[in-house]
Structures are given as C-alpha cells and as structure tokens.
Design a protein around this ligand. Structure first.
Ligand code: ADP
Length: 498
C-alpha cells in the first residue's frame, strides 16, 4: 500500500508535541511492514538546523490563496535511519520563522493563510512528484483542508479520484478556528460555510473540515475515540463525530523503544531489565535523589511527574496533593516540567517550603526526564484528559509504577491494582476516575501501602516491564485502517459510477 502522511510536524525536523513524535516514527514502522510511505510537511526554519541534509528538488508550483497566487518549491530529506522520504513544502515567507504556529505566546496572525497554502501545496506535490498514494493520512487541524480540497476540487482529476483519506486527531482541543471572513482565503464557495461542513459556531474550522470530508477518522487511543463523542471531552466537535461514529476509531500510539529502553539507555546511571531491575533501579533512585538535592531514602517511595505544567495534565491537582502530603508523610516528590506561570510558581514554592521532600526543575530536559522515569518508584499523571500519553508507557517500561487518572490513553494502558486484577496478573499501576484531589489522594494512599509489600510491588513492575508498547503494534493497526479506508473509497466510487 502507498501512503502519504501529511503533517505539520515530524521528528526530528519539527516538533511541538506528540504529533511530531507520531509522524516521525510511525512512517518508519509502516515502511518496515512493507508499505511505501512518504511524508509531506512544511519546511520550517528549525528543520534546517537539525543536521540532516535537505535537498532542493528544483520543482516549483503556484497555488491560489484567496485572491492571490503564492509560489512554493519542493525539497527532500529522509526520516533519519530510514529510506522514508520527507517532502518539504518550501515557502519562506510563511514557514521560515522562529516558531511553528506561535511566537512569544501569540498565534501568527496569518496561520489560516499559511495552512491553506500548505494543504493546497501538499495536493500539488502528489501530482508533481507522481506519488500515486492509495491513502492520504492527514493529521490534526493543519491538514484539515486536504480531504476537503481533494473531494471538492481535485477529484475531477483521474489521479486523485481513488485516493482515500484517513484523518487522525492527536488533540481535539486544537481546532484551527479562524474568523468567518477567512473563508475567502480557502477559495472554496461560501455554500460550504454551513454547520454541516466548515462552519463551527460562526467561525471557520479546519479541524471540522477534516472530520467531515475524510473517509475515516481516528484518534490516538480507543478510549479517547469514545470520549471525544461526548460533551465533556469533545470541545464542541462531539456532534460531528457522533454523526460519523461508524468511521471513528482509536489506535494507541507507541513509544520509541530504541530511545526508551532501560537496558541500553545511556542517560541513566545503571542499565537494567526485567530480571535486574531491583539493583538497577536502586542505583538510579540514589542518583536521582542526589541530582535533585534530596536526602537518600529507602522506606518511602519517590513520586515523579514529568510533563507540561498545565491544567490538562492535572498539575494543579498534583500541587494540591503535595501541599497536603508534604508536612507529615515521608514520600519524596520530584517534578520536571514547564507550563503556565502560575503553576510553575506554585511548584517552586512547594520546593521552597519542603526542600527535604520536594524537588522541582522548571525546564525541558531529556536527560532528567530519563533519570526521573528510571529512578522514581511511582510516576503520576493525574490528567483531566489525555488523548494517548506517552510517559506512562515509558514509566511501565522502566519499572516505575504509573498512577493515573483513568482517561483516554491512560485508561487504555493502565490496569488498576485491584485484588482481582492482581490475581489475574494484569495489574500494572493505579488508576482513579474523578479528576479531584480526593480521588487522587485515595489512589496515592493505596499505592503507598502497596509499595510496602515488596511482593505485590515486584509483581506490578514485572507485568508493566513485560508489556509491548512499541510502534510495531500501532503500525499493524494503522495498516488495517488503511485497508478499511481504501475499501470504503472503492465502494463510494462504485456507487458513483456502477
Ligand atoms: P503531550 O504530548 O500532551 O505533552 P505526552 O505524554 O504524549 O504528552 O508526551 C510528552 C513527552 O514529552 C514525553 O516523552 C515526556 O517525557 C516529554 N516531556 C514533557 N515535558 C518534559 C520536560 N520538561 N523535559 C523533558 N521531557 C519532557
């Protein structure tokens, strides 16, 4: 099967979040399964500095953007360590900037124009590069107009007619919303600006365009696929998704097992595997406490949090919990993250109040993320919503027991340590349902108690370390989805011209 992955981010060329990880890693695994995969993305300034050659292809094109025509060029590189081509859309006025979508915390005012251009350019690239994909796999709002242009404009051309589209939602809270007059920039007739197509509460929504026009939709975990069809998690898109529920799926992301492997990880002081974790983790725990400036402790667990300090991640719940635990409980807390000014301040304050028990680093640090993941006993993720979440899978692999709010991908990966699940050998962590400090507190108390029972604790760790969270598993699921959309497209064509 030939697949073209259209994305606005792919590691190592550009990343602001999970989207970049998925679109840099999944294509390689798909290629390993025998698919002919390529990637198309904008050529941002940051991509030029990652140290991989990007060759101009000497191919130029022009596309309409509103009343203008805008010229672009194509360039090419490869996903490092693979022969998966990455085709870059070069348009320096739009993409040669410091940020991807924002600068100094503000969205670029021409984001609509930039991604209208990108969506049109990606479709032009198919023709210019003679790619002939069976599936065009679009990701997040930045690519939302691709399925729309494909059906409304390009389908007239034979080479585009058979292309099936899959649209993946990585985080539904980002919707590509623009004021209604930006509809002019799309070049699409105003008749499509209606509640069943591109209009969303008076605005133009790129995300909705993708959800309406793609042959099928998926998101990054089965639970999140269900959740986004409800008002609590759908951010207003629940109606659109419910309308299309027979083509909405969930595929859990994978983790990069070559980077996140405790047996080979060069960023941790001792390597270990499923049979040597006790010695290995003890070394890592001691080094973690040393680097974080906390006194050594064996009898109490070290609890880690790595992630963005924002409400989505429940960081405020964590701050409240630490505030109530730190005065009289022995547990140690290590926190690594950056986020909103208020939450950053709150965590710094907690570390000042209890310097023997709480240590906080407000920074983005890969080495520290690895050390916390390896050296802690418990890894907390009290997220309000979590499309997939990668850190809990990293923690499982490193024998650090996750304690999570059961939502999205966290619900799909963490099996709560109930007596039944323990007996069945499926328990690998702790989970709580309500996004409240009380529920979080109860789960922490259970975890603290279990930590004292070495036999149970060892069992939890062993179950987690033996699980397979690799991209290979996800790539198999995506293969099935690609087959599904191709069949669906063929059926639609047969219905059009029997
Ligand atoms: P999201 O994409 O919503 O931020 P995920 O759990 O899907 O959350 O992925 C977060 C990734 O970013 C994980 O690999 C995590 O280790 C990493 N990360 C988050 N914050 C930091 C930080 N401050 N330092 C290092 N790595 C971080």
């Amino acid at each position: 099967m030939k697949v073209l992955v259209a994305t606005s981010e792919a590691v190592p060329f550009a990343k602001t979040g999970g989207l970049g990880d998925v679109c840099g890693t999944l294509p390689v695994e798909l290629a390993r399964l025998g698919h002919g995969v390529s990637v198309v993305m904008p050529l941002y300034r940051c991509a030029r500095y990652v140290g991989f050659p990007i060759e101009p292809l000497g191919i130029g094109f022009i596309v309409p953007v509103g009343t203008k025509t805008v010229a672009g060029k194509l360039a090419q590189s490869f996903v490092p360590g693979s022969n998966v081509p990455v085709f870059f859309i070069q348009q320096d006025q739009y993409f040669d900037r410091d940020g991807l979508y924002t600068e100094s915390g503000e969205d670029y005012p021409d984001n609509c124009e930039r991604f209208v251009f990108f969506c049109r350019a990606a479709l032009e690239a198919i023709r210019l590069l003679e790619l002939k994909p069976d599936v065009l796999h679009c990701n997040d709002w930045q690519t939302g107009l691709i399925p729309t242009y494909l059906r409304l404009e390009y389908e007239r051309l034979a080479r585009y007619r058979q292309i099936a589209t899959l649209f993946t939602i990585h985080n539904i809270s980002y919707q590509g919303l623009f004021w209604h007059w930006d509809m002019e920039l799309t070049g699409l007739p105003w008749k499509h600006f209606n509640w069943q197509e591109l209009e969303f509460y008076g605005k133009l929504s790129f995300l909705k365009a993708g959800l309406v026009y793609a042959d099928a939709i998926n998101t990054v975990s089965p639970r999140y696929a269900e959740e986004i069809q409800t008002p609590e998690f759908g951010f207003g898109m629940e109606g659109v998704l419910r309308n299309r529920r027979e083509v909405v799926f969930g595929v859990l992301n994978g983790i990069d097992s070559s980077v996140w492997n405790p047996a080979t990880d060069g960023l941790i002081p001792a390597n270990y595997d499923c049979s040597t974790f006790e010695q290995g983790k003890a070394v890592c725990k001691a080094e973690l406490l040393r680097q974080m400036g906390l006194p050594p402790i064996a009898q109490a667990p070290v609890v880690a949090f790595v992630g963005r300090l924002i409400e989505q991640k429940g960081s405020d719940l964590l701050a409240e919990l630490i505030r109530s635990w730190a005065p009289d409980r022995a547990v140690r807390w290590v926190v690594l993250g950056t986020g909103t000014a208020n939450l950053e301040k709150e965590f710094i304050n907690l570390a000042r109040l209890w310097p023997e028990k709480v240590s906080v680093r407000i920074e983005f640090s890969e080495p520290l993320a690895h050390l916390l993941t390896a050296g802690a006993d418990i890894f907390v993720m009290p997220s309000r919503f979590e499309p997939c979440g990668l850190s809990q899978m990293h923690a499982l692999r490193y024998g650090t027991v996750p304690l999570v709010r059961a939502t999205g991908g966290l619900a799909d990966t963490i099996v709560d340590c109930t007596p039944e699940n323990l007996a069945a050998g499926t328990a690998n962590g702790f989970a709580f349902s309500e996004p409240t400090v009380e529920a979080f507190n109860q789960a922490m108390r259970r975890a603290e108690e279990c930590f004292q029972n070495r036999e149970i604790w060892r069992k939890l760790i062993t179950v987690g370390m033996q699980q397979d969270w690799s991209w290979r598993r996800s790539a198999h699921e995506y293969s099935k989805l690609y087959e599904f959309v191709v069949r669906r497209r063929l059926n639609a064509l047969e219905r059009q011209c029997p």
